[in-house]
Design a protein around this ligand. Structure first.
Ligand SMILES: Cc1cc2nc3c(=O)[nH]c(=O)nc-3n(C[C@H](O)[C@H](O)[C@H](O)COP(=O)(O)OP(=O)(O)OC[C@H]3O[C@@H](n4cnc5c(N)ncnc54)[C@H](O)[C@@H]3O)c2cc1C
Ligand code: SF4
Length: 508
C-alpha cells in the first residue's frame, strides 16, 4: 500500500483525519497552489493571498513535523490534473483526503480515482457538528426546511445552551429580536479593533507574488492583516471574545460609514480554512458567558451563526448541488453592473459595502444580505453573475458556504426551498440601520421621480410585480398591505421609474 495524501487549501488542520497513519518512508503528502483554481472566479487579491499564505505557513509546519510533503507552487494545472500526474508517476495505490467542501472538486476527485483505478479514502470533515447523513435524516419527511428547527435540534443534540431540564437557557431558543438595534444616533463610538496581523516574510512574499501574477484582479492588498496560522487564528478568537463579543449581538445588524467591521468576529476565514474548529469557538463563547456573565442575547446570537447557520447552509449545499448553482426562481436575467467590481456608484450604501469589500475582502452579514444582496435581487440580476461576484470578492468565500447564502438566501433563487421569504427591503430599512442615507444623493423616502432612492423604487416595483406571491404567505402579507396604501397612479409611476433603472443599471 502506497498512499498519496491530498491536503487542500481549506483543510489546514494538523489533526486532519487524512494525516493519521502516514508512513513517511512510503507515502507522500501533496499540496498544490493552482493558478487555475485562483482564476476559477475573478478573485479578490486578498482572497488569493490568504489562501497562499495560509497554505505556505501550514506546509512549513508539516515539514517541521517531518511529514513527507511535496508542495507545488503556482501550478498552471488544476488540482485534479496535478493529482492525476502525481498518482501515475508515483505509482500510488491509495488516495487519501478529507472530503472537499466544494461539490465540483469532490466529484472530480471521485471520477479521477475511478479512472485511475486507485483506492480512494475520502474522510469525513470533522470541522462540522452535523454529518451529511444526519442532515439527510433531519430533512426526511420535513415539509419545510427551516433554520430554526434544525438549530434547535443541534442545540439539543450537542447540549449547547440547554439547561438541566433540557430547556433552552434564558427561556427561549432565539433572541433575534433583541439583536436588531442600529448604532446610537451619534455613531458607534469607540469599538475595540479586531486582532490584525502584520505580514511576516512568507506573507510579504505572497503579497508581492499576487501583485505580480494577478495584477488585474480586483481588490487591494494594502490592508492585508488576516490570520494565516493556527496561532494567529486562536489569538483572533481570544481577542474577539475578550473585547468585542459583549456588544456583538445588540449591534449585529448595524451599519455605519467608515466602520467596516463593527463588533463582528472576523473569524469566518479562519474557520473556513480550518485553522479553527467551530467547537472550540462555541466552547470559548460559553466559557466567556459564564465567566463574564454576558447577555444571553449576544451569546445565543453568536452561537446561532455557527451552530445554526453555518451547519444549515452546508447541509443544504450538499443536499441541493448541483441544482443550487442553476436555480433562478424569478428567472432574472440582468447583468451585474460593472460598478460591483469598482464601487463607483452614486448609491452611498453600495459605495460603502463594496468599497470596504475591495479594501479588505470583508463585509459583514447585513451588508452582504441587505445591501449588495438586496440590490441584486431587486435589480433582477442573473443569480449566476451575482454568485460569482460573492465567491470572488470575500476572503472567506468558499462555495459550500457562499452559494446557499447568495442563491438561497440573498437572491431567493432557490425559491422557498430553505427560506420562508425573499429578504428584500427599501431604503427605509437602510436608513434605520445605518447613517448611509444622510450623505447620499438619493432620498430613501422618495419612491419615484427626482432624487428617488433606487432601493426604495425597486423594492416597491418588486412588490407590485410579485404581489400575488407576497399575498399568499402570512409572513409577507403585511408588505403588500402597505402597497395598498399607495395610489394606482403612484404605483404606475413607480413602475415607469423602475423600468428606466432596470434598463440602465450601470448609470446608478
Ligand atoms: C450573500 C451572502 C454571501 C455570504 N458568503 C459567505 C462566504 O462566502 N463565506 C462565509 O463564511 N460566509 C458567508 N456569508 C455569511 C456571513 O455573512 C459571513 O460568514 C460573515 O459575514 C463573516 O464575518 P464574521 O466572521 O465577522 O462573522 P460574524 O458576524 O462574527 O459571525 C460569526 C461566524 O458565524 C458564521 N456565520 C455567520 N452567518 C453565517 C451564515 N449566514 N452562513 C454561514 N456561516 C455564518 C461565520 O463562520 C462567522 O465567522 C454570506 C452571507 C451572505 C448574505
Ligand atoms: S438613499 Fe437609498 S441608495 Fe442612498 S444610501 Fe440610502 S438606501 Fe442607499
Amino acid at each position: 500500500m502506497k498512499k498519496l495524501i491530498l491536503i487542500l487549501g481549506d483543510q489546514l488542520d494538523v489533526d486532519s483525519a487524512a494525516l493519521k497513519d502516514v508512513n513517511s518512508k512510503l507515502d507522500e503528502v501533496l499540496m498544490v497552489e493552482s493558478v487555475a483554481e485562483a482564476q476559477h472566479v475573478w478573485s479578490h487579491k486578498a482572497r488569493i493571498a490568504l489562501f497562499l499564505s495560509a497554505m505556505r505557513h501550514f506546509a512549513d509546519h508539516l515539514q517541521g513535523l517531518g511529514f513527507p510533503l511535496t508542495y507545488i507552487r503556482h501550478s498552471p494545472k488544476t488540482i485534479v490534473e496535478e493529482l492525476g500526474s502525481k498518482i501515475i508517476d508515483g505509482k500510488f495505490t491509495h488516495l487519501v483526503c478529507v472530503e472537499p467542501g466544494e461539490w465540483r472538486l469532490k466529484k472530480s476527485i471521485e471520477a479521477l480515482a475511478l479512472e485511475l483505478n486507485i483506492v480512494l479514502e475520502m474522510k469525513q470533515d470533522t470541522h462540522f457538528y452535523c454529518t451529511h447523513e444526519e442532515f439527510k435524516e433531519w430533512v426526511a419527511n420535513k415539509k419545510e426546511l427551516r433554520l430554526e428547527y434544525f438549530y434547535r435540534l443541534m442545540r439539543k443534540t450537542h447540549r449547547i445552551l440547554i439547561d438541566q431540564d433540557g430547556n433552552p437557557e434564558g427561556g427561549q431558543w432565539n433572541f433575534d429580536r433583541d439583536n436588531r438595534k442600529p448604532f446610537p444616533k451619534k455613531g458607534p463610538g469607540l469599538i475595540p479593533p479586531p486582532e490584525m496581523f502584520e505580514p511576516d516574510l512568507i506573507t510579504k512574499t505572497v503579497l508581492a507574488e499576487v501583485e505580480e501574477y494577478y495584477p488585474e484582479h480586483p481588490g487591494s492588498l494594502a490592508h492585508f492583516q488576516w490570520p494565516v496560522t493556527r496561532e494567529q487564528a486562536l489569538q483572533a478568537l481570544n481577542g474577539f471574545i475578550e473585547h468585542r463579543l459583549a456588544s456583538f449581538g445588540i449591534y449585529e445588524d448595524a451599519m455605519w460609514t467608515d466602520t467596516p467591521f463593527g463588533w463582528h468576529s472576523l473569524l469566518s476565514s479562519a474557520l473556513n480554512l480550518k485553522l479553527l474548529n467551530p467547537r472550540e469557538v462555541v466552547n470559548a463563547v460559553i466559557v466567556a458567558w459564564k465567566k463574564d456573565n454576558l447577555e444571553m442575547a449576544t451569546v445565543e446570537g453568536f452561537i446561532r451563526q455557527i451552530l445554526g447557520w453555518r451547519e444549515f447552509v452546508r447541509g443544504m449545499y450538499y443536499l441541493d448541488m448541483p441544482q443550487m448553482a442553476l436555480d433562478n426562481f424569478y428567472d432574472h436575467q440582468n447583468s451585474l453592473p460593472a460598478w460591483y467590481w469598482t464601487g463607483k456608484t452614486k448609491m452611498k450604501c453600495m459605495q460603502e459595502a463594496i468599497g470596504q469589500t475591495l479594501q479588505y475582502g470583508y463585509a459583514h452579514h447585513i451588508q452582504r444580505l441587505m445591501v449588495t444582496g438586496n440590490f441584486a435581487l431587486l435589480a433582477e440580476i442573473l443569480p449566476k453573475e451575482a454568485c460569482d461576484w460573492y465567491l470572488a470578492i470575500y476572503v472567506d468565500a468558499i462555495e459550500w458556504v457562499e452559494l446557499p447564502n447568495t442563491a438561497g438566501m440573498a437572491l431567493f433563487a432557490s425559491g422557498g426551498r430553505f427560506t420562508s421569504k425573499p429578504y428584500i427591503a427599501s431604503g427605509a430599512y437602510i436608513k434605520r440601520m445605518s447613517n448611509y442615507c444622510s450623505s447620499c444623493q438619493y432620498k430613501p423616502d422618495i419612491r419615484f421621480g427626482e432624487g428617488a432612492c433606487p432601493m426604495t423604487n425597486l423594492y416597491w416595483n418588486f412588490l407590485i410585480k410579485h404581489r400575488k406571491q407576497f399575498e399568499a404567505s402570512p409572513r409577507t402579507r403585511l408588505m403588500t398591505a402597505n402597497l395598498s396604501r399607495i395610489s394606482d397612479s403612484d404605483q404606475q409611476a413607480i413602475q415607469v421609474h423602475a423600468k428606466g433603472l432596470l434598463g440602465d443599471l450601470s448609470s446608478l
